[in-house]
Design a protein around this ligand. Structure first.
Ligand code: C2E
Ligand code: MG
Ligand code: MG
Ligand code: MG
Length: 287
């Protein structure tokens, strides 16, 4: 198009495109370096039993410990890590690290790990999960793998096989961000998820009276009928929590209880949960 408009126009566009390519190459190089140098850290966010109000486990959430920019959230680097397939070695590290940490936690506390669609590579993913379990000694039943609907859109036969193989190892499979994807509900018939995590979008809009309550109610009904646990994400207020408990959600997660915290802080939360002094114990609705 620029060509058709004459040489002058072409020259005008070039420096900008050049800058974009350079910027992208720079970011990719920086990310590659970060993976090699292991500039990453897992934060942990509590998952609570809605009924009893005690700790069920934690979701592991990735942070990039950037030398200049501090802790960089996943939204700023996971897309690039996926485009470059760097998410494969990075995801393997996440699995190993999360399992190693959880193996040291007391009791039956679980750890939930997010998987990218790009990690669904025959052989590699199953080996990675097996390796993470073997190396850490973590009981497979304490590992939950979170996938989104987008995973099922890609090559779903192979994906379903992989999910079944991982479930056969004894790990739990959760459907993350439930209700936000574009795929049809029929995947719930082809694969027995152990848990669905209702997306924060529905919790956040509960008070609007525009259908979120009905969607959550339907999700809980589906969960009951299909024998899946139901967790609600993004709980920020006591009013939201009260509604979610009344609707029968099994588990809850959100800033009301705790933000994602570094490992040492997670350990303090575990201790406080055990001696009845955790923040969620002080919360009226979770007594
Ligand atoms: P997700 O798996 O749905 O994780 C929940 C996100 O919601 C986390 O953001 C968490 O901090 C945030 N959150 C939890 N409770 C609340 C709340 O009450 N209010 C609000 N406003 N936010 C809340 P985070 O840590 O930035 O992660 C964003 C996404 O990045 C995750 O969404 C997940 O899709 C992806 N992600 C994180 N870690 C990994 C990883 O190790 N591997 C892969 N592939 N993806 C990851
Ligand atoms: Mg998740
Ligand atoms: Mg989620
Ligand atoms: Mg989400």
């Amino acid at each position: 198009v620029a060509q058709a408009e004459g040489r002058g126009t072409t020259r005008l566009f070039r420096p900008e495109m050049h800058r974009q390519v350079q910027d992208r190459q720079h970011r990719e190089g920086e990310l590659r370096h970060a993976v090699e140098q292991q500039q990453f850290e897992l934060f942990y966010q509590p998952l609570l039993h809605a009924g009893a109000g005690h700790l069920a486990g934690f979701e592991a959430l990735l942070r990039w410990r950037h030398p200049e920019r501090g802790h960089v959230p996943p939204a700023e680097f996971i897309p690039l890590a996926e485009e470059t397939a760097l998410i494969r070695p990075l995801g393997a590290w996440v699995l190993e690290q999360a399992c190693r940490e959880a193996a040291r936690w007391p009791g039956s506390l679980k750890v939930a790990v997010n998987l990218s669609p790009v990690q669904f590579v025959q052989g590699e993913l199953l080996d990675g999960v097996r390796h993470a379990l073997d190396a850490s000694g973590l009981d497979a039943a304490r590992l939950e793998l979170e996938i989104t609907e987008s995973v099922l859109l890609r090559n779903s036969d192979e994906t379903l096989l992989l999910l079944r193989q991982m479930q056969a190892l004894g790990v739990q499979i959760s459907m993350d961000d439930f209700g936000t994807g574009y795929s049809s509900l029929s995947y719930l018939r082809s694969f027995p998820f152990n848990k669905i995590k209702i997306d924060r979008a529905f919790v956040r809009t509960l008070a609007d009276g525009k259908g979120s309550l009905e969607i959550i109610r339907a999700a809980v009904g589906l969960g009951r009928a299909l024998n899946m646990k139901v967790l609600a994400e993004g709980v920020e207020t006591p009013a939201e929590l009260a509604t979610l408990r009344a609707e029968g959600c099994d588990e809850v997660q959100g800033f009301l209880f705790s933000r994602p915290v570094p490992s040492a802080e997670a350990w303090r939360l575990i201790a406080r949960d055990q001696n009845g002094r955790a923040p969620w114990r002080r919360n009226d609705a979770l007594q």
